[in-house]
Ligand binder design. Sequence first.
Ligand SMILES: C[S@@+](CC[C@H](N)C(=O)[O-])C[C@H]1O[C@@H](n2cnc3c(N)ncnc32)[C@H](O)[C@@H]1O
Length: 359
Amino acid sequence: METWPGTPQKPVLSTVAGGTVTGRGLAGSAVAVSTAKGGLMGPEPAAHVPVMLDRVLALFAPALNPPGAVLVDATLGRGGHARALLEAHPGLALVGLDTDEEAIKESGRLLARYSGRVTLAHAVYDQIADVLARQGVTRVQGILFDLGVSSPQLDEPGRGFAYSYEAPLDMRMNRAQALTAAEVLNTYPAARLARVLREYGEERYAHRIAEAVVRARARAPLTSTSQLNEIIRDSVPAPARRSGGHPAKRTFQALRIEVNAELDVLARALPMALDALAVGGRIVVLAYHSLEDRAVKRALTARAVDTTPPGLPVPLAEARPQFKLLTRGAERPSAEEVATNPRAASARLRAAERIREAA
Ligand SMILES: C[S@@+](CC[C@H](N)C(=O)[O-])C[C@H]1O[C@@H](n2cnc3c(N)ncnc32)[C@H](O)[C@@H]1O
């Protein structure tokens, strides 16, 4: 295994199952992913179904067609989108990031057939600039963010992401970090906990749930998703329990966002990603709840407007937009896609293209 120098907080190149990653830098040729046995090892498990894949491919096509194009997949997951993009563009080099070490290991295995074109980094996506700098890459032609949790993360009971499984209260995407959902639930004062549930889960009964958590943990620390489910069920009035989806959905979303600092990291990462795009380069972002989508909309439109101060007689050359939006509002998956992949239901896609360098 090759590890980049620095502290454990730095992005690291990760091993692929049974093999190694060798770093030679994208500038010369892409960092190679190789496996001990060579080629793709074993059957591909039923994995994450990439969301709005046809639209993602179509949006990236003009930017990624030229040979030598580089795409950053900031949320590699099981490499579903990445694999389709590598197939569609034989000259494409891919830099894949994921904060979840399992995702890096597994997608390394799944992408082994593209060895020579793929660099994998166990990194948080607000480290994009650092990852690219370490590869000697200054500008890229595409950046994909497919936010949120992957199906394997949701479906692995031990991760604690899903309210439908009995599991420890974990919810960390990066299992090396200290903060877990149990820590949040067992240590945050009621008011802070209620704010997390209200702001990140848009939970109407945030205060009641937070108070009930504090009462329960005074007896014994909360340890399992079933304990939390019970507290939520007892805190939400019966009529509200029967409408608006599973009553635990909003609380679980809120805790996941808090544990992984998702909105803070996204707010730092998006401007960094836009800065990394070459002229003609494109960014595509899939968001899965309104808070994420709002942050994406804000970051993209901020670069797609003229920032000449009001009152000036002529627009300033340096204030001209650097990006043009490729989507009108947020695009949604088709009814057919949602019917076959219900996890696509909440997806909102936005995209933009760099049209000029910053002044
Ligand atoms: C929806 S999945 C991506 C699925 C992928 N597009 C595919 O087709 O297989 C989102 C992935 O982003 C990762 N992730 C979430 N937050 C992250 C962050 N801040 N930095 C890097 N990766 C992150 C998760 O661990 C997860 O694997």
